[in-house]
Ligand binder design. Structure first.
Ligand code: ADP
Ligand code: GLC
Length: 485
């Protein structure tokens, strides 16, 4: 049985800013179910402590980077039997609010120090340098916040195997060169082959350059990041390490995202009672103050309002689409230029466009259920979870052919419609015109009730549960530890 230290800066329901939280909250229980001995390591943000409930201190961990030791708090990941370890370190984590951003939306000025503390604790646990008897044979790290762990472990002979999963290569944890010295990192790590990235300190390079194995969250993104267009300057390094890199498609939490049991919905439904979905549409139109109309097609969008998600393509396309009498419901928060552009569109089209700026988990469920179709025009998308949620909710997605979107949605072409494999609409160019064309294609198909229903049902039949992907992680753990020993 593998002993896995699973280190992450987010895990739903304790901390979540996006899909990383969803994945790191649902993959450990899936691995646990397959027999792995899991320890989920997460910073002790105040909200995480509150949600976790009962916790007890199990160790004091002296740090190299700070005179204040960290305390390891033990509990359980809610809704599972996965052991939870929270890294309690007041200077780093005892502050309310967003895990990475201050109240004005800027990164916390000491993010490098905060996540270096987190990595330092992971390192101590991985090397058995604490009073905790349990020692991992695998350390599974996620995204830049944990990037220093593989780098710091690499020189030690007695170390566990390291696996680094890339959820989003565009977030790299870049800091000014001076930060390197303040973190008391080994001098040898200041090199172009290690943590230096064009004169800056890069946390993510610690993972990419030093982990025994690299994974990312879809097969297509695994190929894309080896090209300059998607590599964010790291494609060369990833090509060099291509034999160590695999793409494992994310699963979803099929209990949390299940229209038949979803407690947030006005009306629950399943593939057998798809007609009941309509009640959710009417409830959503009412909630979002749009004219209630069961026949008018309603398009949903949810996501972080950042360049990646391509929501601006929809802003550009809307004047063309408006005459088709569709409605659009948008839920998102992020960059203020995008937030104000969406507010403006809502002002111009009050009968058709309804926007909720902010983060609202329950509304996200209601949009997945209430919309007729779900639009996700990402410029790049490592995996994407919302398109899988919408497939499961019988809300066919309209997506760009990139990353995990390309791996999870099958375009409605004459052949795929005929053989029943089509699950959504897929388009290529990242332009408002291509998006408008794709939505028009969806609206035409929507008007054909029979075909639309077949499309929705084909999506609902897909299996996106964690089982298969968790097995792939387990097989990777198996291969890697055998080779490492
Ligand atoms: P990413 O991780 O790039 O943000 P994903 O599609 O993998 O994209 O995951 C996004 C997750 O965050 C989904 O669970 C989605 O419902 C959720 N989400 C994003 N924005 C919001 C929001 N404004 N309100 C509620 N949930 C949101
Ligand atoms: C990232 C990606 C998203 C992916 C998620 C979980 O935030 O942007 O595509 O689904 O991580 O892996």
């Amino acid at each position: 049985m593998h002993k896995v230290l699973f280190a992450t800066s987010e895990a739903h329901p304790l901390a979540k800013t996006g899909g990383l939280g969803d994945v790191c909250g649902s993959l450990p229980p899936a691995l646990r179910e397959l027999g792995a001995d899991m320890r989920l390591l997460l910073p002790a943000y105040p909200e995480a402590k509150r949600v976790a409930g009962s916790l007890r201190a199990v160790a004091q961990v002296p740090l190299t980077i700070s005179d204040v030791p960290a305390t390891l708090l033990e509990g359980v990941l809610p809704g599972s039997d996965v052991v939870l370890w929270l890294v309690d370190h007041a200077p780093a984590f005892a502050r309310e609010g967003h895990p990475y951003l201050d109240a004005s939306g800027e990164p916390w000025p000491d993010n490098a120090q905060r996540f270096a503390v987190f990595c330092d604790v992971a390192l101590a646990l991985a090397r058995g340098r604490t009073h905790v008897a349990w020692r991992p044979d695998i350390v599974h790290c996620h995204d830049w916040q944990t990037g220093l762990v593989p780098a710091l472990l690499a020189p030690h002979d007695d170390r566990p195997t390291t696996i680094f999963t890339i959820h989003n290569l565009a977030y790299q944890g870049l800091f000014p060169a001076e930060t390197f010295t303040t973190l008391a990192l080994p001098r040898a790590l200041w090199s172009l082959h290690a943590l230096e990235f064009y004169g800056q300190l890069s946390f993510i390079k610690g993972g990419l350059a030093f982990a025994d194995r690299l994974t990312t969250v879809s097969p297509t993104y695994a190929r894309e990041i080896q090209t300059p267009a998607f590599g964010s300057g790291l494609d060369g390094l990833l090509r060099e390490r291509a034999d160590r890199l695999t793409g494992i498609l994310n699963g979803i939490d099929v209990a949390e995202w299940n229209p038949a049991t979803d407690k947030h919905l006005a009306q629950r439904y399943s593939a057998r009672s798809l007609a009941r979905k309509k009640a959710n549409k009417l409830a959503l139109q009412q909630e979002m103050r749009l004219p209630g109309d069961p026949e008018r097609p309603l398009i949903g969008m949810i996501g972080r309002l950042v360049e990646q998600k391509g929501f601006d393509l929809a802003l550009g396309a809307w004047p063309d689409l408006a005459e088709r009498q569709a409605q659009l419901v948008v839920l998102g928060g992020g960059e203020s230029r995008f937030e104000s552009a969406w507010r403006e569109l809502q002002r111009r089209y009050p009968e058709q466009v309804a926007v909720h700026i902010g983060y609202n988990e329950a509304l996200a469920h209601r949009i997945e259920a209430g919309a007729d179709m779900f639009l996700m025009p990402s410029r790049f998308e490592p995996c994407g979870l919302n398109q899988m949620y919408s497939l499961r909710y019988g809300t066919p997605p309209i997506v760009r052919r990139v990353g995990g979107l390309a791996d999870t949605v099958i375009d409605a072409a004459p052949e795929t419609l005929a053989d029943g494999t089509a699950t959504g609409i897929v388009f290529d160019d990242a332009t408002p015109a291509a998006l408008a064309l794709a939505v028009t294609r969806a609206l035409t198909l929507y008007a054909d009730k029979h075909n639309w229903r077949a499309l929705a049902l084909a999506g609902m039949r897909q299996d996106f549960s964690w089982r298969k992907s968790a097995q792939e992680y387990l097989a990777l753990y198996e291969r890697t530890t055998r080779q490492h020993l």
